[in-house]
Design a protein around this ligand. Structure first.
Ligand SMILES: Nc1ncnc2c1ncn2[C@@H]1O[C@H](COP(=O)(O)OP(=O)(O)O)[C@@H](O)[C@H]1O
Ligand SMILES: [Mg+2]
Length: 320
């Protein structure tokens, strides 16, 4: 069932409470889709990255191949929001330096330094990376799979494109006005001036940013292309949190493609675990009722450690 979901979408976000198996399930699913012939890009956006650990492979902000199948493969990225922040601010700074008189440069630098560490700048940077990765990769991969940060954080992030779009637009409108003034002033001084100044460059860059976020928002809201998978456990609190997340995704127009209940206790391994399984059954029934008609799949509790390609492959076999 999960493989069918992975086959039918281009973009999948895997989210849920910390420790419920986001990284494990997204890795298993990525490998299953690669064995199925797909080119998969697996992207961790969780600041507490553990994607490299499970694949036992050093990862960074650019794609590295972690698995090769006969036709398909898995490339993986651990996003580095700080690198995005530095690059973004460096380009804003150089544009502003060209635009503004020398005497303001120190103040501009101070201002940018504060803006860099402002609340939300990390999140915007992660979102910007999600947008650029989606844009750059959608042609080269059959599936881009995001292993995201714990629940609240991710939903907040998916809600951001709208706010960021508004923000970029208001900056553009302000610049529009000043550009008109600047153009008017230029035409008075030298009516033939046509080369676009730094002002126009800044405007183009803001517009590009706005378009990027608008495109991401429409891609995320398109259920033919994008889906969200929630990993959870068959326990009271994780189930309550999952139902809450389901409502939030609905409000955001994000299609819930499936729910994965991880670490199910076995029924045939002694009284202790079978008693736990009975408790889980009750929670599972409530969860299934709450998310219907969205499918719920189960992944058993595994005895071994989940690290290395062979372990990911064993998990992949349980997901198809
Ligand atoms: N089905 C499973 N059986 C046993 N251990 C599991 C299973 N799924 C995940 N784990 C282990 O649980 C821990 C948390 O899983 P992880 O995928 O890192 O969660 P998350 O990314 O949501 O924080 C890891 O140590 C992982 O190896
Ligand atoms: Mg993780």
């Amino acid at each position: 069932m999960l493989l069918d979901i992975a086959r039918s979408r281009r973009l999948l976000f895997v989210g849920g409470k910390g420790g419920t198996g986001k990284t494990s399930v997204s890795s298993g699913l990525a490998l299953a889709r690669a064995l199925d012939g797909g080119r998969v890009l697996l992207v961790s956006t969780d600041p507490a990255h553990n994607l490299g650990d499970i694949w036992q492979h050093g990862l960074g902000d650019d794609p590295r191949r972690v698995f090769t199948a006969e036709i398909g493969h898995v490339d993986a990225i651990e996003v580095d929001p700080q690198a995005t922040i530095e690059a973004h601010f460096a380009s804003v700074e150089s544009m502003m330096m060209r635009m503004l008189p020398e005497r303001t440069h120190t103040a501009v630098r101070d201002h940018l330094k504060t803006a860099k560490t402002a609340p939300g700048s990390h999140e915007s940077a992660v979102l910007e990376r999600i947008a650029t990765i989606t844009e750059d990769s959608i042609g080269d991969y059959d599936l881009v799979l995001f292993d995201t940060a714990p629940t609240g954080h991710t939903v907040h992030l998916l809600a951001l494109p709208e706010r960021l779009t508004g923000w970029a637009e208001s900056l553009v409108t302000n610049r529009d006005r000043s550009e008109r003034f600047a153009a008017a002033a230029r035409s008075l001084v030298s009516p033939k001036e046509e080369t676009p100044g730094p002002d126009a460059q800044m405007r183009r860059s803001l517009l590009a940013r706005r378009d990027r976020f608008a495109l991401l928002r429409s891609t995320i809201a398109d259920s033919k292309q994008t889906g969200f998978l929630i990993t959870t456990l068959a326990e009271r609190l994780p189930v309550a949190e999952t139902l809450d997340l389901v409502r939030q995704l609905h409000d955001l127009d994000v299609d819930l493609a499936g729910v994965v209940v991880n670490r199910r206790s076995p029924a045939d391994a002694g009284d202790f675990l079978s008693a736990r399984r009975d408790l889980e059954d009750r929670q599972l029934a409530e969860l299934a009722r709450g998310v219907a008609p969205v499918p719920v799949s189960e992944v058993p509790l595994l005895a071994g450690e989940l690290a290395g390609t062979e372990a990911v492959r064993r998990l992949a076999d349980l997901l198809v």
